[in-house]
Design a protein around this ligand. Sequence first.
Ligand SMILES: *[C@@H]1O[C@H](CO)[C@@H](O)[C@H](O)[C@H]1NC(C)=O
Ligand SMILES: *[C@@H]1O[C@H](CO)[C@@H](O)[C@H](O)[C@H]1NC(C)=O
Length: 445
Amino acid sequence: MKAAYFLVFFFLFSSFSSFSSALTDAEASFIARRQLLHFHAGHDLRGDHEYEVEVNLKFPHSRLRRAYVALQAWKKAIYSDPIKTTENWVGANVCAYTGVFCAPALDDPQLEVVAGIDINHADIAGYLPVELGMLSDIAVFHINTNRFCGIIPKSFARLTLLHELDVSNNRFVGSFPEVVLQIPNLKYLDLRFNDFEGKLPPELFNKELDALFLNNNRFTSTIPDTLGNSPISVLVVANNHLEGCIPNSIGKMVNNLNEAIFSHNKFAGCLPPEIGYLSNVTVFDVSSNTLSGLLSKTFKGLEKVEELNIAHNMLTGFVPKSLCKLPSLGNFTFSYNYFNGEDQECVPPSRKDTLFDDTSNCLPNRPKQKSAKQCQVVVNKPVDCGRAKCGGRPAPSKPSSPAPKEEPPKQQPPKEEPPKQQPPQEETPTLEPQPPKPELSPEPW
Ligand SMILES: *[C@@H]1O[C@H](CO)[C@@H](O)[C@H](O)[C@H]1NC(C)=O
Ligand SMILES: *[C@@H]1O[C@H](CO)[C@@H](O)[C@H](O)[C@H]1NC(C)=O
């Protein structure tokens, strides 16, 4: 009986999911295998001359010819193109292809070259062939909200002018795509809503990035201590399985960090007092982790913070006036913790234009609080943050060689429209359970 129900549910669910995504797991698996076969030569280009395939078309110059070869290889690596984005990817005029943008070459303004790819929201299924490394003039590569599978080929390291790489909301898998670390001029890196897993490499935070989106993947490591070296203004790592401390080095990001979102991970220990140095931060969210201990007095240094979310943790102690009176504060959520006191200034509705949420704490005389019994367990076991592994005194730095800061790029990347910092739109998958993922291991079929 139960089994029958399960089967019915399974069929409903699977037919619904294949209807909504138009790509079955078998197809996804097929594509991943094709890509792996295709990549037998070390996932990289084997020397450009091998790709000087016979093309009976005339091109104004060889750079457009190479772009043609790359784009045709990509078209072959596409298995489903429901809204026919690549239908007109035919013939020598690559600048007229949908989603392909040409501009004068940086080193030779007489030449029109392929400077950008933007096929966001095209719902295309396929993979990224190594030949894309031949698009050496591109500054922008945007393929968000498609169904690209597999990995990012090593040949992307050849894209020396690439400034923005947005592969968000696709079906990429595997460990962190280390190749992005070798793209010298990359400023905007968006990997969110994929199935990347494993560790974040420490070198990531030594890169001269401006925005980094890693949210909604399966990353499992700690955040490397190199974090503080990063010049990023926006960091989003929400909805992964990251653990350990929020590094003390975050305090070094005082001149650049504007938004930091750590929510829905497994970060633990005390919040480092150095967070209070971040006088330029406007959005700070560490909600839904297992953070404990008291709020540091230093946090009153968050002078520009507008949205502050520390909800759904195990924080204790008193929520001070200095925090609730911060001048730019618009929304401070500290619900679902174990605070047992708050300043009168923090009790909603104490400020006209500021939202406070103190639900489900251990606050006397406030509605919707935890029971005395629930509170007792945590409140009676205070954490000494001064001695804690996380948030305490910074550990003496280990002799492990800190990676040197990269030299500033010599070549100026072209000015493009400012990177969008909005999360992908409505159609972005949420936290709902997802259908099983394609298997990469070869199976009989
Ligand atoms: C904060 O941001 C402003 C402009 O947004 C900038 O001029 C300033 O150097 C930044 N750093 C600090 C520490 O305020
Ligand atoms: C305030 O912040 C909480 C937590 O981030 C969010 O759920 C809520 O929607 C915000 N409220 C407003 C009005 O922005």
